[in-house]
Write a protein that binds this ligand. Structure first.
Ligand code: R5P
Length: 304
């Protein structure tokens, strides 16, 4: 069901114009850009796209995928607070990638539990959040991490599984660590893939040890599936072991293509062939569009 343009609009920043256009079209929402000026000292000046009366619609949807998150959190603070004063009564944050979800516990005294801090910060700004595969490990739901009145969590696992089924109908699906078991289960249930999950011990940012489960990789087209790749070391280590176990090919599918620094090179050096991702984070590997599921989630939150 579409929403009257006077009731809602989708706001975005210049670096997400293409994603905003796709989402606006899928959700049938007018798309408007927030003007952003950076002062010489690094501070930001934002200008929201108000109407002739200087007002925003009652329902504002804000698209901001939170990779490279630090400055974006300040943008969200400025935008959401100003939007309220300009007439927005309901603000939905569409953050296809949700940042700071991995630090969910203090591993050492004094360590900041970023998930709680960022979760509370965003919950204080917006009424609803839509995101995709937030990295929730020790909490079960997004609302435990972010006490926002409405939260919708989508997953890239099934659309990625559909792509894998087209490319390798008999793929052996492998999760690189225990946390990936949930996505492996979803994808395998959808297409009946053979599947297995490795175990991982992380020693540092770029240092992980992976152990393969009992599996027969010899001659198989293996696809490694995970929620995200950051340094790529998790997937690279798993790929190296799978190649050594005789896999005919090892490809990679992830929801969130963070691919920091030399991550892609590390994957290819480890024998990875194709790399596929959803377009939650813009990247050359994007092969699965998420605009339609995001729009569907939005429709369930916005007035008819
Ligand atoms: C953590 O368990 C996540 O699911 C990923 O496996 C992890 O963030 C990947 O990190 P990296 O690519 O740096 O190894």
């Amino acid at each position: 069901m579409s929403v009257a343009p006077s009731q809602a609009c989708l706001l975005h920043f210049d670096d997400e114009t293409a994603a905003a256009q796709r989402l606006g079209q899928a959700a049938q929402l007018p798309v408007k850009m927030i003007d952003r000026h950076r002062f010489p000292d690094g501070e930001l000046k934002l200008r929201l796209p108000v109407d002739g009366a200087g007002r925003l619609p009652a329902h504002v949807v804000l698209l901001r995928s939170l990779h490279d998150p630090n400055e974006k959190l300040v943008e969200l603070l400025l935008t959401a607070r100003a939007a309220r004063t300009l007439g927005a009564r309901h603000i939905t944050l569409v953050a296809p990638y949700m940042a700071y979800m991995r630090q969910d516990i203090a591993f050492a005294p004094g360590e900041v539990v970023s998930q709680q801090v960022v979760g509370a910060f965003l919950a204080g700004l917006v009424d609803a959040v839509i995101t995709v595969d937030p990295h929730l490990h020790r909490v079960a739901t997004l609302q435990e991490a972010m006490a926002v009145p409405q939260a919708i969590v989508l997953s890239g696992a099934e659309p990625l599984a559909d792509l894998i089924a087209q490319r390798h109908p008999n793929a052996l699906l492998v999760g690189p660590d225990g946390e990936s078991a949930q996505w492996i289960a979803q994808a395998a249930a959808r297409h009946g893939f053979d599947h297995a999950v490795c175990t991982k011990v992380r020693h540092g940012d770029r240092d992980v040890t992976i152990e393969l489960p009992p599996l027969h990789a010899q001659g198989r087209a293996v696809v490694l599936l995970d929620d995200m790749a950051s340094t790529g070391r998790t997937l690279a280590q798993a790929a190296r072991l799978l190649r050594a176990a005789g896999a005919a090919s090892v490809d990679v599918a992830v929801t969130h293509a963070l691919f920091a620094g030399d991550a892609l090179q590390a994957l290819h050096d480890a024998g990875v062939g194709q790399v596929w991702s959803t377009d939650c984070i813009p990247h050359a590997s994007n092969a699965v569009p998420m605009a339609e599921p995001l729009a569907q989630a939005l429709r369930s939150l916005l007035p008819a």
